[in-house]
Design a protein around this ligand. Structure first.
Ligand SMILES: Cc1ncc(COP(=O)(O)O)c(C=O)c1O
Length: 436
C-alpha cells in the first residue's frame, strides 16, 4: 500500500523526526513472533522487542483473547473506591515475582506514570513519618525516567530537558557509570564502584535529611545499556540505609527477564524500597505501568491515615484497567509456561558472544551488555545522532528494527528468540555497517 502526504498530516509522532519520517515512512502493519511486517510486506526482525516491551513476541493470541473476553465482560470500572478482581490477581502475580518484601503494587498506564507514582510515594512516605523536609531527589546523568515532568527532571538527557523549563525543584544528579576504561567489557565492569560515592557527597553537601530518594535504573537502558560496575548498586543501598533515603530502582526496561532474572534487583542482588515497571508487564499489548512498594513504606503511608480516609491521594482514571490487567495476567502466564526468564538467561551467553564479536568493526567504538540486553556506540557523524538515525533507517531497509538513542544502538531481542535469530540480527548489523 502507498500513502500520500495528506495521509500523514494529523498525527504528530512522538520522539520522531516527523518531517523526515513522512518523506520516507516506515509503516508496520503486522507482527508475529520475533518479526514485524511492513506496509510493503517486507519481513523485519525485531531486534529491540519494539522498545524493550514485546518480550513474548508480537501479537500473541493468548493475550489478544484475554483482552477481548475481558472487554466483552467488563470494559471499565472506576478504580477509586471500586475495583474489579483482575487487579488483585495481577498484583498478587507481580508480588510473587518481585523480591521478598516488595509486596504492594500500585497501577498506572506507562513507565512515565510509574516513575511519577514512585516519586510521590517517596514524598508521601517521608511526610507520613514526620520527615516532610526531605524534598530532594538524587538521580544520575544519562538516566531515562520517562517524559512526565518529574521523570524529565530526574532524567539525565539534555535534549529531553532543555526545552521544558526548570522541572522539579531539588533534583540533583550523580555522575553516570560509563568509563572509557570499561569499553568492550562484557557484563559488570570491575572498576567504577567508587562512582556511588557521589550519593554520599551529595548527602554531605545538601544534608542527608533533605533527600527523599535516590533513583537509578539497575542497567541504564535508553542511553545505551550502561551496566553497573561491580559493587556500585550495593554501595548505593548502603548509603541510602545510612541516611534514611528511599532507594528506587526504575525497572521499566530491566524487569521481566531482560537481564536473565525477574528484575535487575535479582540480577545484582540489591533490593530497593520501590520498583517501577511497565513495558513487558503486558507485553505492551495494553498500556500499563506499575510500582512495587516495600511493606515498610506501604505500611507507614497506610497507617498514617485515619480510619475511613484515603491513604494516598494519587491514581489515574485507567489505573488497573481491566483490559490491561487481563493482558498482564495472560503475559505472566506465557512467562511461566514458556519459562521466558530462564530462556533469556540460557540465551544470554550466546547473544553476548555474538554481539561482542562485532567489536572488530572500526565504526563501533564500544559495546556493553548483560543478559539479553546490549548497547553499542557508533562513531558519530557530522553531528551527534545523525549517523544513528541514518543507520536505523538502513537497518530497517535491510530487515532489522533496532532502537537507537543518538548514536547508540540498543539490542534487546524478544525473550522467545532463538540462536538463529541472534545470528540473523548480527548478520544484518554487520552488513549494514559495511555500507559505510
Ligand atoms: C527506565 C525507564 N523508565 C521510564 C520509562 C518511561 O516509560 P513509558 O515510555 O512507558 O512512559 C522508560 C521508557 O523507555 C524507561 O526506559
Amino acid at each position: 500500500m502507498k500513502y500520500d502526504m495528506e495521509f500523514f498530516e494529523h498525527h504528530w509522532m512522538p520522539f520522531t523526526s516527523n518531517r523526515d519520517f513522512k518523506s520516507d515512512p516506515r509503516m508496520v502493519v503486522r507482527g508475529e513472533g520475533v518479526y514485524l511486517y511492513s506496509h510493503e510486506d517486507e519481513r523485519i526482525l525485531d531486534g529491540s522487542s519494539g522498545m524493550f516491551c514485546c518480550a513474548a513476541g508480537h501479537s500473541r493470541p493468548e493475550i489478544a483473547e484475554a483482552v477481548y473476553s475481558q472487554l466483552k465482560e467488563l470494559s471499565y470500572v472506576a478504580p477509586f473506591q471500586l475495583a474489579q478482581p483482575l487487579s488483585f490477581e495481577l498484583a498478587r502475580r507481580i508480588a510473587a515475582l518481585t523480591p521478598a518484601g516488595l509486596d504492594h503494587v500500585f497501577f498506572g498506564n506507562s513507565g512515565s506514570e510509574a516513575v511519577e507514582t514512585a516519586v510521590k510515594i517517596a514524598y508521601a512516605y517521608h511526610y507520613a513519618r514526620g520527615e516532610g523536609q526531605r524534598h530532594r531527589f538524587v538521580s544520575r546523568e544519562r538516566a531515562y525516567h520517562g517524559v512526565n515532568l518529574a521523570g524529565v527532571s530526574l532524567s539525565g538527557m539534555m535534549k529531553n530537558r532543555q526545552a521544558f523549563g526548570p522541572g522539579l525543584p531539588g533534583v540533583v544528579h550523580m555522575r553516570h557509570t560509563w568509563l572509557p576504561e570499561n569499553r568492550f567489557v562484557k557484563g559488570q565492569p570491575e572498576t567504577g564502584m567508587e562512582l556511588a560515592e557521589d550519593l554520599e557527597r551529595l548527602a554531605q553537601q545538601l544534608g542527608p535529611d533533605t533527600i527523599a530518594a535516590c533513583i537509578v535504573e539497575p542497567v541504564a537502558g535508553s542511553t545505551g545499556c550502561l551496566v553497573p560496575p561491580k559493587g556500585y548498586l550495593d554501595r548505593l543501598r548502603e548509603i541510602c540505609d545510612g541516611h534514611g533515603i528511599v532507594l528506587i530502582f526504575d525497572e521499566v526496561i530491566c524487569g521481566f527477564g531482560r537481564l536473565g532474572t525477574a528484575f535487575g534487583a535479582d540480577a545484582f542482588g540489591v533490593i530497593p524500597d520501590i520498583m517501577t515497571m511497565a513495558k513487558a508487564l503486558t507485553n505492551a499489548a495494553q498500556p500499563m505501568g506499575a510500582v512495587a512498594v516495600s511493606n515498610k513504606i506501604h505500611g507507614m503511608i497506610t497507617a498514617s491515615a485515619v480510619d475511613g480516609a484515603i491513604e494516598l491521594f494519587h491514581g489515574y482514571t485507567c489505573s488497573a484497567h481491566p483490559a490491561a490487567c487481563a493482558a498482564g495476567i495472560a503475559t505472566l502466564d506465557i512467562f511461566e509456561k514458556e519459562k521466558l526468564i530462564e530462556r533469556a538467561a540460557d540465551l544470554s551467553g550466546y547473544f553476548l558472544e555474538q554481539i561482542f564479536a562485532l567489536s572488530d568493526i572500526a565504526m563501533i567504538t564500544d559495546i556493553r551488555g548483560y543478559g539479553l540486553f546490549a548497547g553499542f556506540d557508533l562513531e558519530p557523524g557530522e553531528a551527534p545522532g545523525v549517523r544513528g538515525l541514518d543507520f536505523q533507517k538502513r537497518l530497517y531497509r535491510n530487515g532489522l528494527h533496532l532502537k537507537m538513542t543518538g548514536d547508540a544502538g540498543l539490542v534487546a531481542p524478544p525473550l522467545i528468540s532463538e540462536k538463529r535469530h541472534i545470528d540473523r540480527l548480527c548478520d544484518i548489523l554487520r552488513r549494514t555497517l559495511a555500507e559505510y
